[in-house]
Design a protein around this ligand. Structure first.
Ligand SMILES: Cc1ncc(COP(=O)(O)O)c(C=O)c1O
Length: 496
């Protein structure tokens, strides 16, 4: 068996044999070792294989290896310790010549190096590098996640981990988790489903990508809510699907009039809590959409991203439950109920497509993380998931009403977007049309406050200006200071 040092030197020798400065084997091997010491690949104090071992690993004579070690000891790079071995010196010789590792020369990455699809996806990029702080939209309070309880389950499972938890995920994800999700969705979301219809994915983003790749072709069109979830845009762009933005009103997505409806392969909707404005899709619209989809061969993709958090009124049942055998793909996530870094979401597909989705999922992504999935299944079956949601619902209700009362006190109730329905993890502030919400977003960010400009949620020229404010991760006692800063910036901007 070869050592890591052996692997490293063989790779360096292979590079140096194609570099212009060829030379005697001794010299090349010396240069490789010096280079690896200089660039840190061979760390100070690390032990090298015995010369006999090195010779065997590299396929050289023992004399060559001995000569090289002696030479580098003489130069001050290595230290020979009798009876122990040969080590990289802690201090390098002062005048040691730098031996740069050979590099492949080439053209640095340029914009033109990207494919057209790559461009389109990067052009649509919206994800922020800042993910934590007041008022990051869509973020739950990750510090409240019962980490010890979850880690306890995960570490117990890890201690007796069977090979089946250590392989790729097939069959749409861990069976027990699919079972738990199906049971939860039937009870809490009126989704009609069996575990075979569920595919566990690494976030909604992957679920959407899977759906689009498997059911759409490049050149197809998709209705998307306007304003709507920006994450869908890069998925559509990368898969060559053309977006048809459809306005949203108090009843959710306004379906284009029957005579003017452009045919589309998909309709992406958030019927329980339209993202980001908040209305609930009316029953009339739901039935109209399902009817249209059935007649036109359209797929409805229902993104039920945060419906666990509704603070007044009754829970809003899923659209999927209205047409269990219909053309509806239901998508949900643990990002809002637990935490986004968990990267576990799911799609529920019609029963005759379950098997094909399972196959495609493992073909496209070669999933894993089965230990986490198994731990989550147990967390759910113990009742800990439902208990956590109950707890967080109360906490978020308090934080939402604190934010709303700050808006009322400092700005006025009319600043809360008229389509707000007291749900989810964010509130939308509405701003006059003349105000540049992107400039406000930038100024706030420079002062350490996160607020997303509503214009970012439009595909076409924005028709409304506003700010999307997440409240869920900000305790009531920590809200006032960033909110005051926000008000100061808003007032200054409005005077301009
Ligand atoms: C409407 C909507 N769908 C989906 C997601 C993302 O879900 P996931 O974290 O599972 O990719 C978000 C995240 O903010 C969202 O707002």
């Amino acid at each position: 068996m070869r050592s890591l040092v052996g692997d490293l030197l063989l790779a360096r020798l292979a590079q140096s044999s194609t570099a212009p400065a060829r030379g005697a084997l001794n010299r090349r091997l010396c240069e490789c070792i010096r280079g690896a010491i200089h660039d840190g690949s061979l760390e100070a104090g690390s032990r090298l294989p015995a010369s006999r071992e090195l010779a065997r690993e590299l396929g050289f004579s023992r004399n060559t290896a001995t000569f090289v070690y002696e030479q580098l000891v003489a130069e001050g790079y290595l230290r020979a310790v009798v009876g122990s071995g040969t080590y990289v010196r802690e201090r390098m010789p002062d005048a040691a010549p730098l031996a740069p590792a050979p590099r492949v020369s080439g053209v640095p990455p340029r914009r033109s190096a990207l494919s057209q699809r790559g461009f389109a996806a990067i052009d649509q990029a919206q994800a922020s590098t800042r993910q934590w702080g007041a008022f990051m939209p869509g973020l739950p309070d990750v510090t409240r996640f019962p980490q010890r309880q979850f880690a306890g389950i995960a570490s117990r499972l890890a201690r007796t981990m069977s090979p089946s938890l250590m392989t790729y995920s097939t069959g749409g994800g861990h069976a027990a988790l699919r079972e738990s999700i199906a049971q939860y969705l039937r009870q809490a979301r009126s989704v009609v489903c069996e575990p075979q219809q569920i595919i566990v994915t690494e976030g909604v983003q992957q679920a959407l990508d899977l759906v689009v790749r498997l059911l759409g072709d490049a050149g197809d069109a998709a209705w998307v809510e306007e304003p709507g979830y920006w994450g869908i845009r890069s998925v559509l762009a990368i898969n060559g699907i053309h977006m048809l933005p459809v306005r949203v009103d108090v009843e959710g997505m306004q379906l284009p009039r029957a005579e003017g409806r452009e045919n589309a392969r998909f309709a992406f909707v958030t019927p329980s809590h339209q993202y980001p404005l908040g209305p609930i899709m009316s029953m009339a619209r739901r039935f109209d959409l399902i009817d249209h989809a059935m007649r036109q061969g359209m797929w409805i993709v229902e993104d039920d991203y945060d419906s666990e958090f509704r603070f007044t009124g009754r829970p809003v049942p899923s659209l999927q439950g209205l047409a269990p055998d219909g053309p509806v793909i239901y998508v949900g996530t643990f990002s809002k109920t637990l935490y986004p870094g968990l990267r576990i979401a799911y799609a529920v597909v019609p029963s005759d497509l379950g098997e094909r989705f399972h196959v495609a999922h493992s073909e496209f992504y070669r999933g894993g993380h089965l230990l986490t999935q198994a731990a989550l299944a147990e967390f759910m079956s113990q009742g800990a998931y439902a208990a956590h949601i109950r707890r967080m619902r109360q906490i978020y209700a308090g934080r939402r009403s604190m934010l709303v009362s700050l808006v009322e006190r400092w700005l006025g109730r009319e600043w809360i977007h008229p389509l707000d329905t007291e749900a989810g993890l964010h509130v939308v502030l509405t701003l006059p049309d003349a105000v540049d919400d992107l400039a406000i977003e930038r100024e706030l960010l420079a002062g350490g406050v996160i607020a997303r400009a509503l214009s970012r949620y439009f595909v076409q020229a924005p028709r409304e200006r506003g700010l999307v404010l997440g409240f869920a991760s900000v305790p009531e006692g920590e809200m006032l200071q960033p909110f005051e800063r926000l008000v100061r910036v808003l007032r200054a901007r409005m005077r301009k």
